[in-house]
Ligand binder design. Structure first.
Ligand code: PMP
Length: 382
């Protein structure tokens, strides 16, 4: 007899990203679904990793992250956001941004705590909350701008609200939080015990004249926040799964208690390489322009189709509406686009716990121009 046990995540299946990527492969479709670049990362970084390996930096480093890397990250936070982060007490290097978010939730949540989540939401948030026996309080972002209704937030805050998770630039919509949003958030949590988890993995992928509103820039917010980042998005190496979390000392102390017995310490040679490469400011300062050029190229190519773009000001993603083109549900159309037209996308309805249908699909434009042009070409007759 096979032994069984009760699932801690009874409602969770395979993620939509895996589902769509598997289908894309099966039908040999161009994959604009999952958010990863198809162009090479900067060889200067891989050379630095090789060098670190060859120089023997292959053993465990400090559980909080290589000190030189934490120093470099603290210097960057000071320069970009004016926050004097303590490299010893306020930074932990993690195996990716998702892990940082999970660790923050796990350190924080007790059974029955409420967490406010804005939907559509990156798909790890809700399972992260539920596996900790906490309760998701979902607030829909207002379509089509995907903006936050702060009055609603204030109404949903109760004595049980333990945390609010925010994400800017936002996946899947490419929307950004503004300075006014940050003020509203500050107002909403003032005189409460609410912790903010801020997912800022796309911090450098901001377009036009927009500015990333990091929680690190707002001292009143930062003192109650876990701020989560990913090197995968900054250096086009999503498969490396490297990231970090910044939080004030008392919060970080609890974060590290969880981290210590889960991951303990991250890949050493990559940390040596990143500590050196972070000195090259142009690499991250130029990212917004680089990705914006891809977004613009893709939007130009998509003009030949009937899909209508929704504004995207950041991230790897552009949403397109198919209003007036089809009455299908988002997932059904996404599957048909793979099978009949050879292009994989992600239905935005998959970013809701209870699917909301707005007739929008998410396209990842972090791809070579030839990939983007070929995908748009295939969609001309839809
Ligand atoms: N947050 C959001 C909103 C993301 O889109 C992603 C990457 N898909 C992550 C976190 C996680 O990044 P990582 O691969 O470093 O875990």
């Amino acid at each position: 007899m096979t032994a069984t046990f009760q699932s801690k995540l009874p409602n969770v299946g395979t993620t939509i990203f895996t589902e769509m990527s598997v289908l894309a492969q099966q039908y040999n479709a161009i994959n604009l679904g999952q958010g990863f670049p198809d162009f090479p990362m900067d060889p200067a970084i891989t050379e630095l990793v090789n060098e670190a390996m060859q120089n023997g930096f292959n053993q465990y480093v400090h559980m909080n992250g290589l000190p030189a890397l934490r120093e470099a990250l603290a210097a960057k936070a000071l320069q970009l956001y004016g926050n004097n982060i303590d490299a010893n007490e306020e930074i932990t290097v993690t195996p990716g941004g998702t892990y940082a978010i999970y660790t923050a939730f796990t350190a924080l949540l007790q059974k029955g705590d409420e967490v406010i989540v804005f939907e559509p939401a990156y798909d790890s948030y809700i399972p992260n909350i539920e596996i900790n026996a906490a309760v998701v309080v979902s607030i829909p972002l207002e379509f089509p701008a995907y903006s936050i209704n702060w009055e609603l937030v204030k109404q949903k805050i109760t004595s049980r609200t333990r945390a609010i998770i925010i994400n800017s630039p936002h996946n899947p919509s490419g929307a950004l939080l503004t300075a006014t949003d940050m003020e509203q958030l500050t107002d909403a949590v003032r005189d409460t015990n609410i912790i903010i988890i801020s997912d800022e993995v796309y911090e450098h992928l901001v377009f036009e004249d927009k500015v990333h509103q990091s929680v690190l820039k707002y001292p009143e917010l930062y003192k109650r926040s876990f701020v989560c980042f990913s090197f995968g998005k900054t250096y086009h190496c999503t498969g490396w799964k490297m990231g970090y979390c910044m939080a004030p000392p008392a919060l970080m102390k609890e974060f590290r208690k969880v981290h210590q017995f889960n991951c303990f310490t991250c890949n050493s040679p990559i940390q040596y390489a990143l500590a050196t490469f972070l000195q090259q400011e142009n690499a991250y300062r130029g990212l917004g322009k680089f990705l914006q050029a891809k977004r613009d190229f893709f939007m130009e190519a998509m003009k030949a189709t009937r899909f209508v773009p929704l504004p995207s000001y950041g991230s790897y993603f552009q949403l397109y509406s198919y209003e007036g083109m089809s009455d299908e549900k988002e997932k059904d159309l996404a599957i048909r686009l793979i099978k009949e037209y050879g292009v994989a996308t992600i239905p935005v309805s998959a970013f809701y716990k209870s699917p909301v249908e707005n007739k929008v699909l998410r396209f990842c434009f972090a791809k070579k121009e030839e990939t983007l042009a070929a995908a748009a070409q295939k969609l001309v007759n839809v």
